[in-house]
Design a protein around this ligand. Structure first.
Ligand SMILES: [Zn+2]
Length: 280
């Protein structure tokens, strides 16, 4: 049974794109039809190109698990804020100091039905060893190859592919009593999880239990260093191994009210870009 409308997601992001020449469709697909479902779900990955095109690139993704909707709402609101910065004073200058790649709803079938898996019953966030096995993960992997500076913004001839500075993958956890995050990075990447958790703590309690899913949790930060494989082939592992990108996987507790969960995700994004805009 459908509990949400993916069309509403598309309407909002396409309206936002129409408002700003800096927002473009980085990659889209019209054919995510799966064997067990004839319903087409077009997938979209959105790009915001800074007025300084050589700025760092932040990758935001959400909704790969369909029953974790606060991340999707946060990603849509971020796209809306990028389209109309006059309404959001706090972000005014900071947002434009970065290029953004935003994949707002990676599992539309699950999102509409509030289920974790896709139409084939697959947990998409375990499918990245061979992304081509599902349309959704293939789209995500393809999107990484499409991020480049659009010609109408770049002054240079030709477009060049941008490297991701940091990725934030927005999730939720129905078993957690507070916010926490997984920080997947190489040993030579600077850890930033603690700073993000401290900021989120102003709007949401933190899960400080010593272990989560068998992993050591240090005050809301679970570090997955280098070649750790215990979580399987997640998007974070794919980004670490193939893109050399550090990835923060954010988990908001679903028992908390809707607006606080969205705010927790947004605060985490703000904390991350604050760090990259003003490195310590
Ligand atoms: Zn999840």
């Amino acid at each position: 049974m459908k509990v949400r409308s993916y069309q509403d997601v598309l309407d909002r992001i396409l309206t936002a794109i129409g408002k700003s020449p800096h927002l473009t469709i980085c990659h889209h697909s019209n054919s995510t039809t799966t064997p067990s479902s004839s319903l087409p779900y077009p997938l979209y990955c959105i790009q915001y190109t800074s007025k300084q095109p050589n700025s760092s690139l932040i990758y935001i993704s959400a909704g790969i698990h369909g029953d974790e909707p606060a991340g999707v709402e946060c990603a849509i609101r971020l796209i809306e804020q990028l389209s109309d910065k006059k309404r959001y004073k706090y972000w005014d200058s900071l947002l434009d100091r970065f290029n953004w790649m935003i994949s707002p709803c990676d599992n539309p079938y699950g999102y509409e039905r509030n289920i974790r898996e896709n139409a084939d019953g697959l947990d998409l966030n375990r499918m990245f060893e061979t992304p081509q096995h599902t349309k959704e993960t293939e789209f995500i992997a393809d999107s990484l190859n499409h991020i480049s500076i659009p010609k109408h913004i770049s002054r240079e001839k030709g477009s060049k592919r941008l490297a991701i500075t940091v990725a934030l993958d927005l999730h939720e956890d129905m078993d957690s009593d507070g916010f926490y995050l997984w920080e997947r990075r190489r040993s030579y990447h600077t850890p930033i999880g603690d700073v993000i958790v401290n900021k989120v703590n102003t709007v949401c309690s933190i899960n400080r239990t010593s272990k989560i899913e068998g992993h050591y949790n240090q005050n809301g930060v679970i570090t997955l260093l280098d070649q750790i494989t215990s979580k399987g082939w997640t998007r974070g592992r794919y980004l670490a191994e193939y893109e050399d990108t550090s990835c923060l996987i954010l988990e908001t507790p679903t028992w908390v009210d809707w607006n606080s969960r969205i705010k927790a995700h947004m605060m985490a994004i703000q904390a991350a870009i604050d760090m990259f805009a003003n490195p310590m």
